[in-house]
Design a protein around this ligand. Sequence first.
Ligand code: NAD
Length: 265
Amino acid sequence: MSGPGQESCLLRGRESAKMNLNDRIAVVTGASRGIGRAVAEALARAGAGVVINYTSRADDAVAVAAGIKASGGRAEVFQADVSRPDQAAALVDFAVSTFGRLDILVNNAGITRDGLLLRMKDEDWDAVIGVNLKGAFNCARAAARIMMKARWGRIINISSVVGLVGNAGQANYAAAKAGLVGFTKAVARELGSRNITVNAVAPGYIRTEMTASLPEAVKKQLQERIVLGRLGEPEEVANLVVFLASDLAGYITGQVFVIDGGMAL
Ligand code: NAD
């Protein structure tokens, strides 16, 4: 006997089984706070074991891992500056030696060093490209070796709407985030035959430390341009990342997903 109620139950069962990340291991770069933290926590809630990467704030990273463990999840912390190829490789090695595998890489680590073009220092250009763009390359290159052997993988790069529409005072950041879009598409083409999907998420203005320092007047102005009338929350970006990491998103690759409350419409 099957009625409509039973059918929706079956559907729900099938969907939740696919959303389940129980057998998966993820590395999230820059996961001690902000979007990275929310992503790590959401992946862990979905069942994945998570490596919380951080550069300087060990206490914060340990607290994120402790919170995940307290809720019955699996998490370990690892210090690495992703702009350094050797440290990015060590991060991937740590995931494999600790958990025995690596299925999901979220390239989230990012910095800003804003300034108008004529005043931008070489070191500000290099630092932003080094962490946001080269960091993603360093981690993806190391992770892809593992994923190719396993013939399953998810690489999710956190870009930005700024990489799509530009922003005065952020030439370095916009270039890095636009670079991530090209990188995502090229690597998606390279790794598709091995069942590895590569996608980018381009958030608008999300409430984190990165945006906390914006002057109130700028925030108010921004809010007026956002169709939904508010800044986004890190957890809202995390929901999208979990979906892209799951089996439900198995036929999606090389795409850029804008999550900005309608700001760049
Ligand atoms: P945040 O400053 O709160 O967090 C950034 C994280 O990256 C921190 O944990 C930091 O320690 C880490 N990090 C910095 N340099 C690193 C390095 N060399 N190696 C490893 N980790 C490093 O910022 P956030 O707002 O949570 O941003 C997360 C990502 O989302 C960034 O890539 C950012 O560019 C992007 N993003 C943010 C917004 C926003 O509005 N907040 C919008 C679009 C895109």
